[in-house]
Ligand binder design. Structure first.
Ligand code: ADP
Ligand code: ZN
Length: 426
């Protein structure tokens, strides 16, 4: 779609959405009244900046159904995100909402040529988490066969993957890595006997280094798929064959980038906080949702021919960012560094604490079996270059602990990379 047509479509959808929200939701009416904005003030997608933001706290306050603008009889599905603290964030869907969501996922899987004849092994968790059913419905929309293994039960997963001949895998990148590791350790299955050719990985940040690792170990082409419960789930966007940014389906999910401090839009192409408006959502539409994901938008045309805007890799969530000795650290920076060193496995765990008024930064890493030794003198040739690289890239000195392969806990869903003990002190 041309930019002009896209803008027109987005404008029409926004005008309709704002009218519905104002009429049907006490929450949006109150927020708009507070800002002195009326639905008539919204004539064009550019007017979106006049509208109030919605935050995770708003969603929690309105738990469970405060933001729903249709009668319960029109709702066919309810999901909720993990919500590490307090009440989970809820999303509800009409039949059209489920269909549009599947459309978003299908557009991503289509870039990997998924269709009839493919077996899509869905190893995202099925349940309230949107990953499992989201990937499932997307694969169904393309006429592919769904293999709903869900996450976990790793030994059985890899047996079915080989015996059934799964051609596509959908799961978190950390679980894909766990599966790859299990395949290579197993004497019952072999990657050479498998038919896997593509993978769709998301729900957490991952790096180019991780892509390389997964592609090599699983003999696949790996695609990034992005999404969040508040916008339906996975499939808000995804990579194309160029693997040069994540296309966002902006006909359905309108993206903006703001400065998280001033809340003003950033200059085009600059990094900031990603904000989404679910332009087509019927049951529980969200206006200007502050994702806390940090990235930038790329409006230059993509070589693939798709005109949908691209976003850069997610640097991290603003609430995942650690401030250690005054320096901003994203866990994904550690992953980037680790994957540059072939002797190390791409697993890590960061522990931050405060001892005698000073921040400590401990980093657990694993050496591959052929390099591992308990002897510190033998560890040194591996430790030193890793240490230097972290100091130069991240800017702080880590206390590195080299562990044997397998020592760091593996994850079936979203990996947990950080323990910040400072949060438990005052
Ligand atoms: P929760 O907030 O409980 O993790 P969600 O499953 O809705 O619930 O998580 C959505 C978030 O997951 C996004 O806002 C983003 O931070 C992260 N995420 C999802 N997909 C990706 C991806 N492909 N790359 C990086 N981060 C992602
Ligand atoms: Zn493209």
């Amino acid at each position: 779609m041309s930019r002009e047509d896209m803008t027109k479509l987005q404008s029409e959808r926004l005008v309709k959405l704002v009218k519905t929200c104002y009429e049907k939701s006490d929450f949006y009416r109150r927020k708009m009244d507070e800002m002195g904005v009326k639905p008539e003030d919204i004539k064009d997608i550019k007017d979106i900046v006049k509208l109030p933001f919605t935050t995770k706290t708003d969603l929690r306050d309105e738990y469970p159904f405060g933001l729903q603008v249709v009668p319960q009889s029109e709702v066919v599905r309810i999901h909720a995100s993990s919500g590490t603290t307090g009440k989970p964030v809820v999303d509800t869907y009409t039949k059209n909402d489920v269909d549009n969501w599947a459309e978003g996922v299908a557009r991503v899987m289509a870039a990997g040529n998924v269709g009839p004849g493919d077996i899509v092994q869905v190893s995202y968790g099925y349940g309230l988490f949107t990953g499992g059913l989201g990937a499932h419905d997307g694969a169904a929309k393309l006429g592919a066969c769904q293999l709903p293994t869900s996450a976990g039960n790793t030994e059985k997963q890899i047996m079915l993957m080989q015996d059934f001949g799964s051609t596509a895998l959908a799961c978190t990148p950390s679980y894909a890595l766990r599966l790859a590791e299990a395949i290579h350790q197993s004497d019952k299955v072999s990657i050479d006997n498998m038919k896997l050719r593509v993978g769709f990985f998301g729900a957490e940040p991952w790096t180019e280094g991780m892509r390389k690792e997964l592609q090599e170990k699983l003999h696949i082409e790996a695609f990034d798929i992005y999404g969040l419960t508040e916008m339906s789930g996975p499939g808000v966007g995804g990579e194309c064959e160029m693997h040069d940014g994540t296309h966002l389906w902006e006909d359905m999910f309108y993206p903006e980038i703001i400065n998280p401090d001033t809340l003003e839009p950033v200059a085009p192409g600059e990094f900031g906080e990603l904000v989404f408006t679910s332009l087509c959502k019927e049951a529980m539409p969200i206006i200007r949702y502050r994702t806390r994901d940090l990235t930038r938008l790329i409006y230059e045309p993509c070589k693939c021919g798709r005109t949908a805007v691209r976003m850069d890799r997610i640097l991290g969530r603003s609430d995942d960012m650690l401030i250690i000795r005054g320096v901003n650290v994203f866990p994904s920076q550690i992953e980037t560094v680790l994957t540059e060193f072939p002797a190390f496995q791409p697993y890590y765990f960061i522990t931050v604490d405060r001892v005698s008024n000073e921040d400590t930064f401990d980093l657990d890493v694993e050496l591959r079996l052929e390099f591992f030794s308990n002897d510190p003198a033998k560890q040194m040739p591996f430790m030193k270059p890793l240490y230097d690289r972290i100091v130069s890239l991240v800017g702080i000195r880590p206390n590195i602990h080299i562990l044997p392969p397998g020592a760091i806990a593996r994850s079936e869903g979203k990996a947990k990379h950080v323990l910040d003990k400072r949060n438990f002190k005052n």
